[in-house]
Write a protein that binds this ligand. Structure first.
Ligand code: PLP
Length: 475
């Protein structure tokens, strides 16, 4: 399988060649030249496979340049019961992504049983093992530089800690993350993890990352890498659990299933779109947003109108506080018939701060063919959904998953199984659960008291020179 750019002007590359990079040189995102197809017979053979074997069956069709035995070993090392151990009562960790039945045709897919209690561990753990493999093979090293407001940074650090050839420099806004989130990251004592608390807000952190990435000479000399949500390795890891969830709630391939996906950067639901393009019988893909509803607006009107960071609301589902969905271009490329010239024209508008409208050429009319639907939630909706889910099903969900449930209940067809992706465990967002239920959610025993562990981090002013200097001194 070879990879092409959504903007049609970059060379065709193999999987390992795109794994460590970010955007294609023409500014586009990588996608496979064509989607591998899983037939009815393939699906039957995949039904009942363990998570790791299922992951191999799918990823081996997308990864062309890692020998099969090596890829299998990387996958087996990643998807282990002891890595995804934070199960709910009654769940089997060996399922990796077990389901919770709420009622007939309504399920949660538990994607947050990994080390940082959010679904990002599903992909990031695989990425850590793939990076280490490819770097060791080529004798190279990388210095990952990232900015986080919480979930991405911790998932990246837990995936990369102790890995050969990899250092992680993670910027976060000083004193702006929850105590639990800072404790998760800052209690890591590994030599290759550098936590940098920036005197400023998340956007200051992101600006520092951009400044370093835009300095081509520095970037090349210090081998600066990224693990952001456009990384193709992350997307393909996420495709797997749509298959797993589908098989968990059906007994034959004639049945269709819908998925509701709490969305921000469109990475998670993009993986659902790709699973569907590969032949998984998905009925609807429901995009759930919070008050930052750019995607909901698009799926209702055909107009994509990203808002700047100054117009992004800070909400109680903070990992979805995104107003420019970095993976959305992948779907639009498919929607416009894989026309790189068209995609380039649309994103030249986005990149200059403007919007685009897909009604004109009949593209928006095709949305239905791809099964997309959408909805959004407010803070009050989240609180109500958390309370009702606890009352009705005795299941406590986090604020992001609550956004998914709220929209799923609004849009579902009761005759079709609806699977809501659980993107974080409630323990991660304790304050909101206390607000909704008047009591704190249960926290896994091994994470109790994490706030009082010794912390390793440095405080830095929001300065491009300061971060460069720090990288120079520590590499
Ligand atoms: C990152 C994240 C999301 C959004 O996922 P995207 O792939 O960016 O759409 C939703 N919920 C939680 C808890 C997250 O950490």
């Amino acid at each position: 399988m070879k990879y092409i750019s959504t903007r049609g002007q970059s060379p065709t590359l193999s999987f390992s060649e795109i794994l460590l990079g970010g955007l294609a040189p023409d500014g586009g995102l990588y996608l496979p030249e064509s989607y591998p197809q899983f037939t009815d017979a393939d699906l039957t053979a995949m039904r009942g496979l363990s998570y790791a074997d299922l992951a191999f069956a799918i990823l081996s069709r997308l990864v062309d340049d890692i020998p099969a035995a090596d890829l299998k070993a990387i996958i087996d090392k990643t998807y282990r019961a002891d890595v995804y151990a934070y199960t709910r009562a009654g769940q089997n960790a060996a399922d990796i992504t077990p389901t919770v039945k709420l009622e007939d045709n309504l399920y949660l897919l538990s994607l947050s049983n990994g080390p940082t209690l959010a679904f990002k561990d599903m992909a990031m753990q695989l990425l850590g093992n793939l990076f280490e493999y490819v770097l060791t093979k080529t004798g190279k090293t990388t210095n990952i530089l990232g900015a986080t407001s919480g979930d991405t940074g911790s998932a990246a650090e837990y995936a990369m800690r102790g890995k050969k050839g990899i250092r992680v420099f993670m910027l976060s806004p000083h004193k702006k993350m929850s105590r639990f989130q800072s404790a998760q990251m800052f209690s890591l004592q590994d030599d290759n993890i550098y936590n940098i608390a920036v005197n400023g807000v998340f956007d200051d952190c992101q600006d520092m990352v951009k400044a370093v990435s835009n300095d081509a000479e520095f970037k090349a000399q210090y081998k600066i890498g990224a693990v952001n949500s456009i990384n193709w390795g992350r997307i393909i890891a996420q495709v797997v659990y749509y298959f797993k969830g589908y098989f968990a709630v059906t007994s034959n391939n004639a049945q269709k299933v819908s998925f509701a996906v709490p969305s921000g950067n469109f990475g998670n639901v993009c993986a659902g779109h790709i699973a569907r393009m590969m032949g998984l019988p998905i009925d609807k893909l429901v995009v759930a947003t919070n008050e930052n509803d750019v995607l909901d607006e698009f799926f209702k009107t055909g107009v994509y109108s990203p808002r700047g960071s100054a117009n992004t609301y800070h909400t109680s589902s903070p990992s979805m506080d995104i107003s420019k969905a970095s993976n959305f271009e992948r779907f639009v490329y498919d929607l416009v018939g894989r026309d790189g010239t068209k995609t380039r024209a649309l994103w030249s508008k986005v990149d200059s701060g403007s919007s685009f409208d897909l009604n004109a050429d009949g593209y928006f009319a095709k949305i239905a063919d791809y099964g997309f639907q959408s909805g959004s939630s407010s803070h009050a909706d989240r609180m109500k959904t958390i309370r009702e889910t606890a009352d009705k099903y005795q299941v406590i969900v986090d604020t992001h998953t609550a956004d998914g449930i709220k929209v799923a209940l609004e849009l579902r067809d009761v005759n079709v199984p609806m699977v809501v992706l659980e993107t974080a465990l409630p323990a991660k967002f304790e304050d909101s659960i206390i607000e909704a239920l008047g009591k704190a959610p249960e926290r896994p025993a091994s994470l109790q008291g994490i706030e009082s562990l010794p912390q390793k981090f440095i405080v830095m002013d929001a300065s491009d020179a300061a971060i460069k200097d720090f990288i120079v001194k520590n590499t």
